[in-house]
Design a protein. Structure first.
Lengths: 479, 488
């Protein structure tokens, strides 16, 4: 009989901070650009160049640390991690080992399986990204693009507190939202602005000691992470069940093949010869600095959830969806700021926006329409200038092209006809043309009026206000 | 009298007064270099054409009244570990034999802005590792006082070029004595400023926490004048500082009355050459006669300076020199199997024995399992040594001692015994560990006619006091130059 096992997971998450310039020089961090366009002697490791710290990186790292309940190291330092690789121009990476900027934090997650739980954060440290190797098959050589070299990163190292893929996803989602709300990064796994390495081990349930862990790399989506965790868990259990020992090693996940392979074992682990970087002075974070960051800290998701409930009385489900993306929460608040009713805004986001996102296989982060145009659309329906079916049609254009609904409605003549005389004339004609339906209605088949409403709307090209159509129809039928 | 017998400031004055042009001075320096280089080998690169062009431009700006500084138009030699855009900068190493930087080091740029005319790059120990200038890939520099002897190092090319009247002054760098010791061996004056006083931007690093750029010149005034130009906070070097007391030339007053000078007793015990001892103590006596209060005292931890220095400097060097890998610039081996083989072969062929020795030493002391026992212990020792000096400076304004235990050694004498070479740094390395300023100036000759250096150490950012003491002492002696210097 097989034993009961527990999966123990810790995460190392790299997040690219969205500062304008690199961590140790003035070069732009912008994506794209010509090869080696965003480089200088510092980020290409030219002899004689020296790093100078970009304070904005520290500000953002502190903000993340505070939002994840960390202690901020008041006197922190950079260290050099020495290893040879061509994408690393100095052959050492400037990172933090001995005095990382944040320590001893946690975030709270909630999953169906285990409920609410705190996941500990061991530390957060700042470091520089490496360049990119470009392999030229035709020339049979490798070239280096240093545009990413020196882009600031933080590495968030969790405690081994997670027990399932669901918890891992919940933790990553929590981190992603916190960091997005702070405006410190867009945290896109598929674009590499957020990268997660999974440390996983297996032990018998109730055991006090951890098992031997492996580190899994190359996980580019939440789905890949979940699959890799399941796969690795099974692999390790199989090893243990067959009486063998798990080898401590780094593995690489291939999501297409749904399979991982060993990259290097602990025996070939490099000695990075970390030591304090003498080119950089210690960063002294005084009370004033810390207070400044605290004062600038924006409202985070958990705070928003409480406020949305109190202030707007929205259902929890809706609040979850809306605050589930900073983009959507921002859009929600901005639209309200333009005078729209919160419940109506929420409705447009929850129903039509979510439907269209799903239809186009998009994320909330991909929303491209403006609060201005959504507010205008709501105003048009509020004033009954357009009816709800026209509004839905107009919204599709707002969603797709961010059109101005006022202009669009005007140009396409979609305004509801509020001229009672014209409507009544049409209705009289519809009654005259459909004696059978009129007879059915008068004979007690109340539903028959629906057909007449439909005919009227058709004749009005959809621009009539349904309430008004109903009322006049009833009046005329009663005659 | 040749223009090159003048000090840099005297020559600058003549140029300013239109008695001579920068171009004439530059041409004379180039001629002197040409006449002596075969014997001395002070320079890795002499940029004859460029220097004359620069001198012409500078002269035009002097004529227009745009350049009025004391060193405008004066030729200068730059140690080959400081970047000059477009000029070969090799660190006297094969691995950088073809390297031309894209930017200027801040110190050199400041000199250029002040109108100094760079004539070339001076020879040095490879990557500034050595005390003899013999580890250069481009062959050893010879001592102008005796061609059989070393000029000291690592700034041996700079010191010898000044001592031989090839250039009126030069820049050197000092990590463990590399300005002061060659100044002493060559009978010139050199100052290592307080750590942080001069920007290290563009200086190809050896031991980053110890490296400082400083002048080598014929007298104290020249040193003060150059230092005034090159010092100051640089936004490109976070370890540089904006500290007051940088008006160095104002300190050149012949007055040491009441100045408290401490002499560490331990500096005068075994291992010190008798004639060096005699001359250094005589210099102390001279200062005492001029009104200084001279006292002996016990300076602790002297024996720990050399091991601590070699651990820290080598550790930093092992990391600093990782970038020389054959990928981006410099030497790359001809044939290789794969990436790691390319790294190995490039670095094995590109670095000399002394550099490899220090890379290995540094990598070892940083490796896991040894880090605490060596590197961390060395850092703690460094802090204690600094505390010892701080304690001494509560009592004294200046600490006086020798620069090196001996005068210039014979060529080849120390290459065979690196430990012996390391021990020769006993009086200089602790100054770098403590980050203090130190000046070396001539104070006499031994029985072989070789110059002896006197070292004066000051408090952090108090270069002015040691410049004043050095200046006062200098007034009691007349500057003597080597036979080869007089040839011009």
């Amino acid at each position: 009989m097989s034993k009961e096992y527990e999966t123990v997971i810790g995460l190392e998450v790299h997040v690219e901070l969205n500062t304008k310039t690199k961590i140790f020089c003035g070069c732009s961090t912008a994506f794209g650009g010509e090869v080696n366009e965003h480089t200088c002697p510092v980020c290409t490791g030219m002899p004689g160049s020296l790093p100078v710290l970009n304070k904005e990186v520290v500000n953002k790292a502190i903000a993340v640390g505070l939002a994840t309940n960390c202690d901020i190291t008041r006197n922190c330092k950079f260290d050099r991690k020495n290893y040879f690789y061509p994408d690393n121009p100095q052959n050492y990476q400037i990172s933090q080992l001995y005095y990382p900027i944040c320590r001893n934090g946690y975030v709270e997650i909630e999953t169906e399986e285990f409920g609410k739980k705190k996941v500990g954060i061991h530390e957060i440290h700042m470091e520089e990204d490496a360049g990119k190797l470009v392999h030229d098959e035709f020339m049979d050589c490798s070239l280096v693009d240093f545009n990413r070299s020196g882009v600031p990163l933080i590495e968030i190292v969790s405690e081994p507190d997670m027990r399932s893929a669901e918890e891992v996803i919940a933790y990553l989602d929590k981190l992603r939202l916190i960091i997005q709300y702070l405006g410190a990064s867009d945290c896109k796994l598929n674009e590499g602005s957020m990268r997660a390495d999974v440390n996983l081990s297996i032990r018998e349930k109730g055991a006090a000691e951890f098992g031997t862990r492996t580190e899994m790399k190359n996980l580019n989506s939440f789905k890949a992470i979940a699959r890799a965790i399941e796969n690795e868990k099974e692999r390790q259990i199989d090893i243990i069940e067959s009486g063998e020992k798990v080898v401590q090693e780094t593995r690489r996940w291939d999501d297409n093949k749904e399979y991982s392979y060993a990259m290097r074992s602990k025996e070939d682990a490099q000695d990075y010869r970390y030591f304090p970087d003498p080119d950089l002075v210690p960063i002294v974070i005084d009370d004033a600095w810390l207070e400044r960051i605290k004062a600038d800290q924006p409202e985070l998701r958990d705070e928003k959830r409480i406020r949305y409930k109190d202030e707007f009385e929205l259902p929890e489900y809706d609040i979850d969806i809306i605050t589930g993306s900073k983009k959507m929460a921002d859009l929600f608040e901005e639209t309200i700021g333009k005078g729209a009713n919160p419940k109506k805004v929420s409705n447009w986001l929850m129903v039509e926006t979510m439907r269209l996102l799903k239809e186009h296989d998009m994320d909330a982060d991909d929303i491209s329409f403006s609060a201005d145009n959504l507010a205008k659309l709501i105003a048009l329906t509020d004033s009954k200038a357009i009816n709800s079916s026209v509004a839905k049609e107009v919204f599709e254009h707002i969603f797709a092209e961010n059109i101005d609904p006022d202009k669009y409605v005007e140009e396409h003549g979609l305004k509801t006809v509020n001229d009672e005389g014209a409507l009544r004339e049409t209705i009289i004609k519809i009654i005259a043309d459909n004696p059978q339906s009129v007879a059915d209605y008068k004979g007690g088949k109340e539903k028959a009026i629906g057909f007449l409403v439909g005919q009227t709307m058709k004749a009005m090209k959809g621009k009539a206000e349904p309430g008004m159509v109903n009322q006049i129809l009833k009046e005329e039928l009663a005659k | 009298m040749s223009l090159l017998e003048l000090t840099a400031v005297e020559l600058g004055n003549k140029i300013k007064n239109k008695e001579v042009s920068s171009v004439e001075a530059t041409k004379e320096a180039l001629a002197s270099i040409k006449a002596k280089e075969e014997r001395l080998n002070c320079f890795v690169t002499v940029d004859e054409e460029g220097a004359i062009k620069r001198a012409e431009k500078i002269q035009a700006r002097i004529d227009k009244g745009e350049l009025t500084g004391s060193l405008a138009g004066v030729p200068v030699g730059i140690k080959d570990n400081m970047n000059i855009a477009g000029m070969l900068t090799t660190c006297s190493s094969k691995i950088l034999y073809n390297f031309k930087p894209t930017f200027n080091s801040t110190a050199v740029e400041k000199l250029m802005n002040a109108g100094a005319v760079v004539v070339g790059k001076t020879n040095m120990d490879e990557f500034a590792m050595g005390s003899t200038s013999e580890t250069s890939y481009f062959g050893p520099t010879k001592n102008p006082w005796d061609l059989e002897r070393v000029p000291g190092g690592s700034s041996g090319g700079s010191a010898a070029a000044v001592a031989a009247n090839e250039v009126p002054f030069a820049l050197g760098s000092d990590t463990g004595g590399s300005i002061r010791q060659p100044a002493s061996f060559c009978g010139v004056t050199g100052i290592k400023p307080t750590y942080g006083r001069v920007s290290r931007y563009g200086l190809i690093a050896y031991g980053s926490s110890l490296d400082q750029i400083g002048p080598l010149a014929k007298d104290v005034r020249d040193c003060a004048t150059v230092l005034e130009i090159i010092s100051g906070k640089d936004d490109k070097d976070s370890t540089s500082v904006a500290e007051a007391g940088a008006d160095f030339t104002s300190a050149l007053v012949d007055d040491v009355k009441g100045l408290k000078i401490g002499i560490p007793k331990t500096y005068f015990s075994e291992g010190l050459d008798a004639s060096v001892k005699e001359n250094v103590l005589k210099a102390a006596k001279t200062l005492e006669e001029k009104g200084a209060i001279v006292e002996e005292f016990d300076l602790g931890l002297v024996d720990y300076a050399i091991p601590a220095y070699y651990i820290i400097a080598s550790a930093e060097a092992s990391s600093n020199l990782e970038r020389f890998d054959g990928v981006k610039y410099g030497y790359r081996t001809d044939s290789f199997l794969d990436l790691h083989n390319m790294y190995k072969k490039t670095r094995s062929e590109g670095f000399g024995a002394e550099v490899k020795r220090r890379i290995m030493l540094g990598s070892f002391v940083l490796s896991s399992g040894y880090f605490d026992a060596y590197y961390m212990k060395a850092l703690r020792t460094k802090a204690l040594i600094k505390a010892e000096f701080d304690k001494a400076f509560e009592k004294y304004d200046v600490i006086l001692g020798p620069v090196a235990p001996t005068t210039a050694l014979k060529l080849g004498e120390s290459l065979s015994d690196p430990i012996k070479m390391y021990l020769g740094d006993i009086y200089t390395v602790s100054v770098n560990l403590a980050g203090l300023p130190g000046i070396s100036l001539p104070c006499g000759f031994d029985d072989k006619g070789l110059p002896i250096g006197l070292q004066l150490l000051g408090k952090h950012f108090d270069e002015k006091t040691i410049l004043r003491a050095a200046y006062a002492f200098e007034q009691t002696k007349s500057y003597e130059c080597s036979a080869i210097a007089k040839e011009v």
